[in-house]
Write a protein that binds this ligand. Structure first.
Ligand SMILES: Nc1ncnc2c1ncn2[C@@H]1O[C@H](COP(=O)(O)OP(=O)(O)O)[C@@H](O)[C@H]1O
Ligand SMILES: [Mg+2]
Length: 247
């Protein structure tokens, strides 16, 4: 589903990605961990075709997206949903308009079809009857769930999340983790979560990729991750689940 080979990217003399190799299977829930500033978001932007690598190969569903024309890339992006760090709702639109935004813009569905899709997608994230509310009426956790619904309404086959629980309290984080898992299972979507939240890793993850020094340092299951005696892994898991240090 997602194949990355020998991916390199530098910004000036800062060598962020230095030969990333990874493969994510269809329907899998993959977690990418690594220190803050280590290049996780940069890697994600490569996977969604927003950044072009200096070198390397990125295949989505068998198709190499490196150097692809914007037109073709749009087709590939149609298969994706991306929840960026701190993605905000449109304040001038109701919740329903926010969630239906992409379908509306695409212009292929009737208003009634969109309303139905909005309702069922909101239900998937445990929200009912909130279509006519404004984002400002919602709690932080509800906004996050509306953001989730907006991102997945077009039935993508891959969903990317960048630090989905950053800045949320533990209770809200837990509910978001469970929803990510549910969306993965119910919609059978390939799920890629960037996080340094160890609870997210445990709740959602099937396979964990650890990015360190610009490469995938290890690929392991969450059980293996939490049992690992590898010093880098141990420090990451035990010391700095919130933090910015080491590795
Ligand atoms: N467009 C850009 N131009 C220059 N430097 C960038 C750009 N995007 C990211 N970087 C740098 O790349 C490094 C990795 O960033 P990032 O991928 O955001 O880390 P994280 O693992 O925390 O998501 C950081 O030092 C960041 O400053
Ligand atoms: Mg980041």
């Amino acid at each position: 589903m997602i194949q990355v080979k020998g991916l390199y990217k530098s910004f000036g003399n800062q060598h962020v990605l230095r030969g990333v190799d990874m493969q994510i299977q269809a329907g899998e829930a993959a977690i990418i961990i690594g220190r803050s500033g280590g290049g996780k978001s940069v890697l994600l932007k490569h996977l969604t075709g927003l950044i072009c690598p200096d070198k390397g190969e990125i295949k989505i569903n068998g198709i190499d997206i490196v150097g692809m024309q914007e037109r073709e890339l749009l087709k590939i992006r149609r298969e994706m949903a991306v929840m960026f760090q701190g993605a905000a709702l449109f304040d001038s639109m109701t919740v329903g308009e926010n969630v239906g935004f992409y379908l509306q813009r695409e212009g292929k569905k009737t208003a009634a079809e969109i309303a139905k899709a909005v309702e069922s997608t909101l239900e998937l994230v445990d929200l009912r009857g909130v279509e006519n509310k404004w984002p400002s009426d919602l709690s932080g956790g509800m906004k996050k769930r509306v953001g989730l619904a907006r991102a997945i309404i077009h039935n993508p086959s891959i969903v990317f999340y960048d630090e989905p629980t950053a800045g949320l309290d533990p209770v809200v984080s837990d509910s978001i983790d469970k929803l990510i898992k549910r969306i993965c299972e119910v919609k059978k979507v390939t799920t890629v979560v960037i996080t340094h939240d160890m609870r997210t890793t445990r709740t959602v993850g099937e396979r964990v990729f650890m990015l360190s020094e610009g490469q995938i340092y290890l690929t392991l299951t969450p059980d293996e991750l939490f049992a690992s005696k590898d010093p880098k892994v141990y420090q990451f898991v035990n010391g700095i689940s919130e933090g910015d240090d080491i590795i």
